[in-house]
Design a protein around this ligand. Structure first.
Ligand code: COA
Ligand code: AMP
Length: 626
């Protein structure tokens, strides 16, 4: 582990030197004065005094360097039968024009813009246009329904919401405008404007003067220049599920984000200028923010934007078709997507006749990669299948096999080693580091590296309570696991009530809020139970109010409908049991781990810390973080 070990040790012992070096890959309008400022600890700031523009680094600099004709983005949409390519020059033109359109609506530095779009190139354009103006985007995943959108609008308080007439789920047209209108009727905050992209699959009704048509708006817009922002100014807010019904607004800055993502693209993923890179995820998730949009463009690679599914659009060979068609060098997706392909085409017959010779690596993250899926992909594809571990909060990987820096031996079940910048420790409930091989809470010693969350939007207190208060001087990841004798990290699962459904991070707390809202329900609990395809799915247990007489099937149907309506179909909430009571600790906390084990009837590893009553008391604020 020569280069890795050296880089890792320097990043921990001398983070200033390490990140000052990495920062040279970014174009600064004013170079940073201080690389790491710990004066406001535990709130650390990177590249203080530095000024830049993230969009300039992602687009303008490549055009200025003479690479304007290189492909920046390839859009492949089997659900609409559309394919489109954008060179760096074209993507820059579209972005500058849309930025001009937003500026014409009064959007300036620091204003928030909510982006609620499907996987269309305009989503990338809208994000980069905000970055160009120094406005703060907050992308909301298109699979979230009105209530979730409303909560995010109220928290971010956007001046403008950018949306489309619809998304397409295989063949089902999901109209976005009625969802947005409903969200706005639920929200207290009202944006000044809604900019809507009309798609041919559904036309949305626009109500003047608030609603504006994307095409008409850009037709009259002048391109906008990049606005200088401080390295420490926010680039975006991305809401993620905590353990309560209120999502957490993860805030990421401009400078640290650009430096870390660029470093990660080259050193972790081994991707550089001109390489073709494909992340099959969604721009609404952190994986999409970092590795569909920003990182590949920061290094000058070509990014593939795929509006489709691993199966059903049209079949389980879709991934192989895209890899061949665009000569993709590395694919990044969630294990669940590979499980879906494996289920439909266990023998990999759809690989036959495909030329996948360009593919070097398959990267998987977002949930635990089970060894069977790893083995299947390794055998079928004959390339390195690399598990890596990270979170919305961290923005880029905490543990990985650094293919660009020094490829390492793969151990199935482990995302390999701590990435430079991340001082990973496993702690026992008393805050002591545990020996190799012993399970505990996976934490990161502060300061977090550049690119990690700075705080939660408008809620420094919750940031400290959720992540920094369990163990002084450490960031609590919320995952349990261990590090083995060779320094390999093993992530066994969440120690809180966050669940991962088909790679989508969801809060059982939000689901409980929906279930409890039903008039027949006295008390409820939603847990994640094992699912062959999706990794986990939610299962609800409800205790009825005294005297209520309702057919369990009717109740189930009503609760499922509520969940789809309030959170979204993506919750995959289908299982509900009516029970006489819920098992609890003496202090009244529900024994979720025992319930999960009983519900699953399995011995899949789950972190042992969670149900220890002492730990439950200690981690109380983070298990239910407000
Ligand atoms: N907009 C609207 N609805 C959406 C949606 C979106 N963006 N994404 C999902 N949904 C809906 C689906 O249509 C489905 O609705 P249904 O219950 O009416 O059929 C429901 O939410 C569940 O969707 P999904 O989780 O996608 O399950 P699926 O059974 O349709 O497909 C997989 C299973 C494995 C193919 C799919 O989950 C998948 O591709 N997962 C990869 C996820 C991923 O990339 N995660 C990002 C982390 S890296
Ligand atoms: P998200 O914030 O949506 O990226 O989800 C982050 C959570 O997904 C983590 O806290 C983990 O629980 C889980 N996760 C992500 N990647 C992995 C991985 N490689 N192995 C195990 N769990 C993972």
């Amino acid at each position: 582990m020569g280069s890795y070990r050296q880089a890792y040790e320097q990043s921990i012992s001398d983070p200033t030197a390490f990140w000052a070096q990495a920062a040279q890959a970014i174009d600064w309008r004013t170079p940073p004065r201080t690389v790491l400022d710990g004066t406001g600890a535990p709130f650390h700031r990177w590249f203080v005094g530095g000024e830049l523009n993230t969009c300039e680094n992602a687009l303008d600099r490549h055009v200025a360097a003479g690479d304007g004709e290189r492909l920046a983005l390839v859009y492949d949409s089997p659900v609409t039968g559309t394919k489109r390519t954008y060179t760096y020059t074209q993507l820059l033109d579209e972005t500058a024009t849309f930025a001009g359109a937003l500026a014409g609506l009064g959007v300036t530095k620091g204003d928030r813009v909510v982006i609620y779009l499907p996987m269309v190139p305009e989503a990338v354009v809208a994000m980069l246009a905000c970055a160009r103006l120094g406005a703060v985007h907050s992308v909301v995943f298109g699979g979230f329904a009105a209530h979730e959108l409303a909560v995010r609008i109220d928290d971010a308080q956007p001046k403008v919401v950018v949306t489309a007439s619809c998304g397409i789920e295989v063949t089902r047209v999901v109209e976005y405008k009625p969802l947005l209108d409903r969200a706005l009727s639920l929200a207290t905050h009202q944006p000044e404007h809604v900019v809507l992209l009309q798609r041919p699959q559904a036309r949305a009704e626009l109500s003047a003067p608030r609603d504006l048509d994307w095409q008409e708006l850009v037709a009259g817009a002048e391109p906008a220049e990049c606005v200088t922002v401080a390295a420490t100014d926010p680039l975006y807010i991305l809401y993620t599920s905590g353990t309560t019904a209120k999502p957490k607004g993860v805030v990421r800055d401009n400078g640290g984000h650009a430096v870390a993502l660029r470093w990660s693209m080259e050193n972790i993923y081994g991707i550089g200028p001109g390489d073709v890179w494909w992340t099959a995820s969604d721009v609404g998730w952190v994986v999409g923010h970092s590795y569909i949009v920003y990182a590949p463009l920061l290094v000058g690679a070509t990014t593939v934007l795929y509006e489709g599914k691993p199966v059903g659009t049209p079949d389980a060979g879709a991934f192989w078709r895209v890899i061949e068609e665009y000569a993709v060098q590395a694919l990044f997706t969630a294990p669940t997507a590979i499980r879906a392909v494996k289920k439909e085409d266990p023998d990999g017959t759809l690989l036959a006749g495909r030329d996948l010779s360009t593919l070097r690596t398959l990267f998987l993250a977002g949930e635990r990669l089970d060894p069977d899926t790893w083995q299947w992909a390794t055998d079928r594809l004959g390339v390195a299948v690399v598990d890596h571990w990270w979170q919305t909060e961290t923005g880029w990987p905490i543990a990985a096999n650094l293919r660009g820096l020094e490829p390492m031996t793969i151990k199935a079940g482990s995302p390999t080693v701590a990435v430079p910048g991340w001082d990973v420790c496993v702690l026992d409930p008393g805050g002591e580091e545990v020996p190799a091989g012993t399970e505990g809470a996976i934490c990161v010693r502060l300061p977090l590296p550049p690119g990690a969350l700075l705080t939660l939007w408008n809620d420094d207190e919750r940031f400290v309570a959720s992540y920094l208060s369990a163990f002084d001087g450490y960031y609590l990841s919320g995952d349990g696991g261990y590090v083995d004798e060779d320094g390999y990290v093993f992530v066994m699962g969440r120690t809180d009530d966050v669940i991962n459904v088909a790679g989508h991070r969801l809060s059982t707390g939000s689901m409980e809020a929906v279930v409890s809202g039903h008039p027949a329900v006295a008390e409820c609990c939603v847990i994640g139970v094992h699912d062959e395809l999706k990794g986990q799915v939610p299962r609800g247990f409800v205790v009825l109010k005294a005297g209520v007489d309702i057919d369990p099937d009717v109740l189930r149907a009503e609760l499922v409908a509520r969940m789809r309506d309030e959170i979204g179909a993506v919750a995959s909430f289908k299982q509900v049991d009516v029970v006489a009571g819920l098992p609890k600790t003496r202090s009244g906390k529900i024994l979720r781990r025992s319930m999960r084990a009983i519900a699953d009837g399995r011995d899949e590893p789950v972190p042992s810390t969670i149900e220890d009553p002492e730990v439950l008391e200690r981690l109380g604020p983070t298990l239910r973080d407000d």
